[in-house]
Write a protein that binds this ligand. Structure first.
Ligand SMILES: Nc1ncnc2c1ncn2[C@@H]1O[C@H](COP(=O)(O)OP(=O)(O)OP(=O)(O)O)[C@@H](O)[C@H]1O
Ligand SMILES: [Mg+2]
Length: 214
């Protein structure tokens, strides 16, 4: 268990473009709307979450960048400034960064597209969460409309390597990339849309899981 009082969620997956940053900014924004002092710690040298924050301007959540090696210190210092909910965004293809994030986290979310090559890339992150003994859930992302068989197969594949599955999936929805490009979230730009509803459900589920952890 990390030595922090803030809730810390790590978003990790070695596969590029699986939805890490999208998930990170949506969850951190939901947390802010729920009354948390929430913060995204962007450990990706691409700094995509930080760019999103630049486009967003002066609205919550705060996004700070941190090299993975300084992650623990960055979280401690955020906490000293009143942050009580941290979402760590991680780079693709970077075991060390993912390891540091998983070590600092209370819970790990692993977004993946439900495609064979993407699922094959879950193994390294599965090993990391098993080693760290941190609760972790695969979040199926960009699931095409009506792809129940594909989603079912993806769930089986994740289970086979010992990963738990988040019961809420995110569909392949333009609202996710349209909103991100404006420094917003889907819930803000299209509040009545399906993407917003999925994020609502995801947040409710996540809140319950965090309560279980205590
Ligand atoms: N559910 C979704 N529906 C439609 N588009 C999505 C969805 N999730 C993510 N995207 C889009 O897919 C692209 C990649 O998403 P994102 O940047 O969140 O992935 P990432 O895992 O952070 O990538 P990287 O590994 O490069 O950091 C972005 O253009 C994003 O807007
Ligand atoms: Mg990213």
């Amino acid at each position: 268990m990390p030595a922090t009082t803030a809730k810390v969620i790590a978003i990790a997956s070695q596969k590029g473009g699986s939805g890490k940053t999208t998930l990170a900014v949506h969850i951190a924004t939901k947390a802010a709307q729920a009354g948390f002092e929430s913060c995204v710690v962007d450990t990706d040298p691409q700094a995509t979450a930080a760019s999103w924050s630049d486009w967003r301007g002066d609205f919550l959540p705060v996004v700070v960048t941190s090299p993975p090696a300084r992650l623990a210190r960055t979280i401690t210092s955020a906490q000293k400034n009143g942050v009580d909910f941290v979402v760590i965004d991680t780079p693709p293809h970077a075991d060390a960064a993912a390891r540091e994030a998983i070590k600092a986290a209370d819970l790990v979310l692993i977004p993946t597209k439900p495609r064979a090559f993407d699922l094959a890339a879950l193994e390294p992150v599965a090993d990391l969460v098993t080693y760290a003994n941190t609760p972790a859930f695969v979040v199926l992302n960009s699931v095409p409309a009506g792809a129940t068989v594909l989603a079912g197969e993806a769930q089986e594949a994740a289970k086979d390597i010992g990963l738990k599955i988040c019961p809420v999936q995110l569909g392949d929805r333009a609202a996710f990339h349209r909103s991100s490009a404006k420094g917003e979230t889907a819930s803000e730009s299209e509040p009545d849309g399906k993407a917003a509803k999925e994020i609502d459900k995801l947040w409710k589920w996540l809140s319950k899981e965090l309560k279980k952890i205590g």
